[in-house]
Write a protein that binds this ligand. Structure first.
Ligand SMILES: [Zn+2]
Length: 215
C-alpha cells in the first residue's frame, strides 16, 4: 500500500482523539507525515494505530466539545489554522501568533441551510485594519446569494487563535445600495476590542524581545 502524505493534521495530539498508543506503550504520539499513520518519537517509526479512537464511529459535535475534543486543524504546507464554522465546514483562522494586520483574511458568507450548495458559501475577504475592517468580495457572487435567499442580512464567521485559544465571532453584514457593509453592532465592537487587545499583546512581546536582545 502506498503511503499518502498528509496535507493537514488536527491541532490536538492523537491521544486526545483516543487513538491507540504505539506498541511500545507510548501514548504521547504525534501525527505522522503519512495519512492514517501516527509517529512514535521513542521508536522513531510511523505506525498504523490499532484503533482510530473517536474517528472509528460518528461522534456528536456537542459530546466532543464536552470531552475537550476539537477538530481545528493545521494546513501543513502553509502552517495555517482552520476551524469548523457553525455549518461544520472549515474556515481559515486569524492566527494572532503571527501578524494578521497586513494580510487579507478569507472567510465565507454564511447563508445557512444547505452547506453543500456552493451558492450558499461565498468567499469573502476582510482587510483588517487597526480600527476598522474593510470587506472585499466579488460583486456578482454577493448579489447572487442575496437574491437567491431573498434575505437582507447574513453573518460571516471569524475564527481566531491567540494565547487564549480559539474564539469565534459572527459579524452581521447587510446589502446597502448594492454595497456590502458590516453592521456596527455589539459583536462588531467586541471584535474590535479583541483586535485591540491582541495588538497590544503583540507590541508587549515585541518589547520583551527587544529587552532580551539588549541584555
Ligand atoms: Zn513506540
Amino acid at each position: 500500500m502506498d503511503k499518502k502524505k498528509r496535507t493537514w493534521c488536527y491541532l490536538q495530539a492523537p491521544h486526545v482523539y483516543e487513538m491507540s498508543p504505539c506498541s511500545c506503550g507510548n501514548q504521547n504520539t504525534q501525527w505522522s507525515e503519512y495519512e492514517k499513520h501516527l509517529w512514535c518519537e521513542k521508536c522513531k517509526i510511523d505506525f498504523l494505530p490499532e484503533s482510530a479512537g473517536v474517528f472509528s464511529s460518528p461522534i456528536p459535535m456537542e459530546t466532543a466539545k464536552l470531552m475537550g475534543i476539537f477538530f481545528d486543524r493545521v494546513i501543513i504546507e502553509t502552517n495555517e489554522l482552520e476551524s469548523l464554522d457553525n455549518h461544520y465546514k472549515y474556515i481559515k483562522v486569524l492566527d494572532f501568533r503571527k501578524d494578521v494586520f497586513n494580510k487579507l483574511y478569507e472567510t465565507v458568507i454564511n447563508s445557512g441551510g444547505y452547506i453543500e450548495d456552493k451558492r450558499l458559501r461565498i468567499p469573502i475577504f476582510l482587510d483588517i485594519k487597526q480600527e476598522d475592517i474593510l470587506i472585499k468580495y466579488k460583486q456578482e457572487d454577493v448579489e447572487q446569494v442575496f437574491l437567491y435567499k431573498n434575505k437582507e442580512s447574513f453573518t460571516i464567521p471569524i475564527a481566531t487563535y491567540s494565547d487564549d485559544g480559539f474564539k469565534k465571532f459572527f459579524l452581521d453584514i447587510v446589502l446597502k445600495d448594492k454595497e456590502l457593509v458590516i453592521e456596527k453592532n455589539k459583536e462588531y465592537d467586541n471584535f474590535l476590542k479583541f483586535l485591540l487587545t491582541q495588538k497590544l499583546k503583540m507590541k508587549l512581546t515585541e518589547k520583551e524581545k527587544e529587552k532580551k536582545l539588549k541584555i
